[in-house]
Design a protein. Sequence first.
Length: 348
Amino acid sequence: MTNDNKRNSVNRRSAMGTLGALGAMALTAPRLNAQQGDATWQRIVAAAKKEGSLVIYHQAVPQVLDRVTKDFMTQYPEIKVEYRRLLTSVTHMQAIETEKSNKLDGADITQYANAIWYRDKSQENFFLKPVGPATAEYPKESLLYGAVPIVAVMPFVVAYNTNLVKTPITSMRDLLRPELKGKVGSSDLVAETVFAFYEWIEKTQGADFLTQFAAQKPKLTVGVLPLFQSIAAGETAAGLYGIHAVANTLIAQGAPMKVVQPNPAFASADVIAAVAHSRRPNAALVFLDYMMSRRGQGIWNGTGETASVISGIPGSLDAKTMQPWDVFRYTPEFQRDYKLKFDKMFKG
């Protein structure tokens, strides 16, 4: 169930390699061990059904969570899923830490793009390690810290309103056209991903690009959704910072929008984890296994909007055309200094 009023949601993913090791030994392990492993997982699934519910805090756009949770509940109708979008790192991480310290009921699953937080919390045994059958096929290099799987690699795109922009936009530099002054937009610095995006632009589009883009007097929004909604409504002609999932939803509703994906494209890696203090730990483990499975990966990545870390997922984008950002570079100190520069450039 979506909390539309608060528009809060955060997605979390977590995973472990225990069953991956079991899968690797499948040809030589005694049948008894396989049966015991299967019996253990079936007990977890049965306990999850008795728990009967699941709460996800996520950062991903609601459209993705909507289709993922609907399919999960089709497979496990006994488990009712609620998801809440908590967009900023402050609201997301602090909410979960407060729930743990005060022994409050809250999130069972967390999804965000802040790998520093996941790394640090993994050292405190903050997350449950996945133990389901999907770990056998899931690539070990995409399972971070033994408990946090990457569930999608998401490219960022440019979009424009085809009613307002008659000469097609083919690159980021096209947003610097004189006729687009005061008619373009991008995201404000609301999350680590945005800091990384602007620094990536400085490195790939030339040191002068952001200065010139700031001179275009862009509208800065809180993330992708309001920016692309503004483009769809004709309030903004073109946007620098966006993702396929939001654009495709608006286009399907009739919005006169076109999307351009740079090659290579800046990309973020969506990760997920199950919190160890969950009131519904078995349901959390079952959801983790679903997200690491080919079925879950197909639902998340099979619409041509993101890339799966598992090969052969129909509809998945090609991760080779993307450049994921260095998740450990954007520390609080970096963000503080960069924000001073950014605000002077765009708001001074």
